[in-house]
Ligand binder design. Structure first.
Ligand SMILES: [Zn+2]
Length: 176
């Protein structure tokens, strides 16, 4: 049986005028091959209608947006909890100092000024020592050794400053 031009029309999904439609209908009544082609085409087209890409994408985006909002809310709550606990901890740590300041502001101020002056002069002394060491240092000491030495000195200095700060705070705590 000759399937042309009907097979070509069906495969190309050609737009048919009234006369062509009538010709095709007559052919389809006697031809199972072309009828099968028509059914396949219909099935494919209906399958395309069943899975609307745009709708799926839209729903997917909506779900994604909702998820993002939920995630952002979680992160915001986490941040709020973190800030509250951080402020609470800071307040708990600073409470004795705030109390000391409120009970005797002048003493506290003089103590702080004295402390900062002490730190400043200590740092000056440290830098003086470092300068002397640097002048004495032979050039063959590699840079990383210098970094290790400097960080060790800085750590020792910090420990010293903190220990003296604590020591100087103790008698004040008794008077307050
Ligand atoms: Zn046919």
């Amino acid at each position: 049986m000759n399937h042309q031009p009907f097979e070509g029309w069906l495969l190309d999904d050609k737009y048919l005028n009234a006369a062509e439609k009538r010709e095709l209908d007559t052919h389809l009544r006697v031809c199972t091959h072309c009828t099968a082609l028509v059914e396949t085409g219909l099935a494919l087209r209906s399958a395309q209608v069943v899975t609307p890409a745009a709708d799926f994408t839209l729903r997917f985006q909506q779900r994604l947006a909702a998820q993002k909002i939920a995630e952002r809310r979680h992160r915001l709550w986490g941040l709020i909890v973190l800030i509250i606990s951080g402020v609470g901890l800071l307040g708990w740590l600073a409470a004795p100092y705030i109390y000391a300041f409120l009970s005797s502001p002048v003493e506290w101020l003089t103590a702080s000024i004295g402390y900062f002056l002490f730190v400043f002069t200590s740092l000056q002394a440290f830098s003086e020592i470092l300068r002397v060491l640097a002048r004495m240092a032979p050039n063959f000491i590699p840079p990383y050794a210098w970094m290790v030495m400097l960080s060790a000195l800085a750590g020792l200095g910090l420990i010293w400053v903190v220990s003296i700060w604590r020591f100087s705070r103790k008698p004040q705590g008794v008077t307050v």
